[in-house]
Ligand binder design. Structure first.
Ligand SMILES: N[C@@H](CCC(=O)N[C@@H](CS)C(=O)NCC(=O)O)C(=O)O
Length: 213
C-alpha cells in the first residue's frame, strides 16, 4: 500500500489532509510541490490536479483532489479511529462546518488577516489595510456562526474529534498568530477552549508549518 500526498508543508489545505492521515494512523509520504513558483504549478502536478492547487492524493494509483474529499476518503478507506460521528445530524454538522470553513472562513482568516498582518511585513511589504478591513467583519460572522454550531462541544461536531476539527485547525494555527485573534475570539470561550485542546494534539505538532514562529 502506498499513500502519497502532494503539496507543501506551509499550505493550510495540505495540513488538513496530513492531520487526517496522522489522526487515522496512515503511513504516507509528503512529496513537495511548489504551485507558486515562477512557472506556476508543474505540469506533472496539473496532470493530477487540473486546477493546479494543493493537495492531491495518490492511494495505490487512485488519484484524488479536493481536501474534503481526501479526508473523507482517508476516514473511510483506512482502519483507525472514525473521524466522523455516527448519527445523521452530527455527520451533517461536521459536513456543514467543513463547507463553512471553505466558503466563509479560509479567505478572511488566512488571506485577509494572516497573510496581510503577518506575511506582508515578513515579505517586506505594507499590509493591505483595505483587505484587512474587509476581512474583519467576515471573520466576526464566521466565528460567531462556528461558535453557535459547536454547541456543548468539546469538539466542533460533538463529543469526539472529527474531520470538522481537522479542517479548522490549520486555519486557526495561522489566524491565532494575528493581533486581531484575541479580540475576535473574546466573545467565544468555547472556541478558545477548543483551540487550546486542538493545538495540544501531537498531530498539530507533527505538521507544524514553516511559517509558524
Ligand atoms: N478547494 C481546494 C483548495 C486548495 C487550495 O486552495 N490550496 C492552496 C494552498 S493552501 C493552493 O493550492 N493555492 C494555489 C493557488 O491559489 O494558485 C481544496 O479543498 O483542496
Amino acid at each position: 500500500m502506498t499513500a502519497t500526498l502532494f503539496g507543501a508543508a506551509y499550505s493550510v489545505y495540505v495540513r488538513i489532509a496530513r492531520l487526517a492521515l496522522i489522526e487515522k494512523g496512515v503511513a504516507h509520504d509528503l512529496v513537495e510541490v511548489d504551485v507558486f513558483g515562477p512557472g506556476g504549478p508543474p505540469a506533472e502536478h496539473v496532470a493530477r490536479h487540473p486546477f493546479g492547487r494543493i493537495p492531491a492524493f495518490d492511494h495505490d494509483g487512485f488519484i484524488l483532489y479536493e481536501t474534503a474529499a481526501i479526508t473523507r476518503y482517508v476516514d473511510e478507506a483506512f482502519p483507525g479511529p472514525a473521524l466522523l460521528p455516527s448519527g445523521p445530524q452530527a455527520r451533517a454538522r461536521a459536513a456543514q462546518v467543513v463547507a463553512m470553513i471553505d466558503s466563509y472562513g479560509y479567505r478572511p482568516l488566512v488571506w485577509g488577516l494572516f497573510v496581510e498582518r503577518i506575511r506582508a511585513p515578513a515579505q517586506g511589504r505594507l499590509p493591505d489595510e483595505a483587505a484587512i478591513a474587509q476581512a474583519l467583519p467576515q471573520a466576526r460572522t464566521f466565528l460567531a456562526a462556528l461558535a453557535a454550531l459547536c454547541g456543548d462541544g468539546p469538539w466542533l461536531a460533538g463529543s469526539e474529534l472529527s474531520l470538522a476539527d481537522l479542517h479548522a485547525a490549520p486555519i486557526f494555527a495561522y489566524f491565532t498568530l494575528t493581533p486581531d485573534a484575541a479580540g475576535l475570539l473574546a466573545p467565544h470561550p468555547g472556541l478558545r477552549a477548543w483551540w487550546q485542546a486542538m493545538a495540544a494534539r501531537p498531530s498539530l505538532a507533527a505538521t507544524r508549518s514553516p511559517l509558524e514562529p
